[in-house]
Design a protein around this ligand. Structure first.
Ligand code: HEC
Length: 123
């Protein structure tokens, strides 16, 4: 009985520590900054402070640091036409390949502002 409980608890722990699962949960959830009147402006300010070294001001992916990466970032203007705000938020929060994770750097609120800004680049 005891070992069985430990076994199931370990499985639950393993699943809940899995990043792709957490990303899926973030994508399935709500965008808490949707409809916030200044979200795109706040996101733009955060972007110019934290992200332009790779993504460049316009999101084209031609930032200074991008040249040093094996795989430069894709054009965010193009991505924003077909990907969702929630996918962006999840990838900014947890990172993706060479894209760093920002969950320990920025607040969740700031990450949603950034995601809303990135999405707005596709309009
Ligand atoms: C060290 C360079 C670097 C920095 C700094 C950086 N990124 Fe990225 N980013 C990347 C790379 C590389 C990719 C492409 C990842 C892939 O698809 O393999 C990427 C992809 C993305 C994507 C697309 C994810 C998707 O859904 O495919 C978004 C959105 C994004 N970055 C937002 C940001 C934001 C917002 C910041 C600042 C908080 C930031 N990035 C900082 C390198 C960077």
């Amino acid at each position: 009985m005891f070992f069985r409980v430990v076994f199931y608890l370990s499985i639950i722990f393993l699943i809940s520590s899995c990043t792709s699962l957490r990303k899926m949960m973030m994508i399935a959830g709500e965008n808490p900054m949707e409809g916030h009147p200044d979200t795109v402006i706040i996101g733009a300010q955060l972007f110019s402070k934290n992200c332009v070294q790779c993504h460049a001001n316009d999101g084209s992916g031609n930032g200074q640091l991008a040249k040093t990466l094996d795989e430069p970032p894709a054009n965010l203007q193009e991505l924003a036409k077909r990907k969702s705000v929630k996918t962006f938020a999840a990838n900014i929060y947890y990172g993706k390949n060479l894209m760093p994770a920002y969950k320990d750097v920025l607040s969740e609120e700031e990450i949603w502002h950034l995601a809303n800004f990135v999405k707005s680049l596709g309009q």
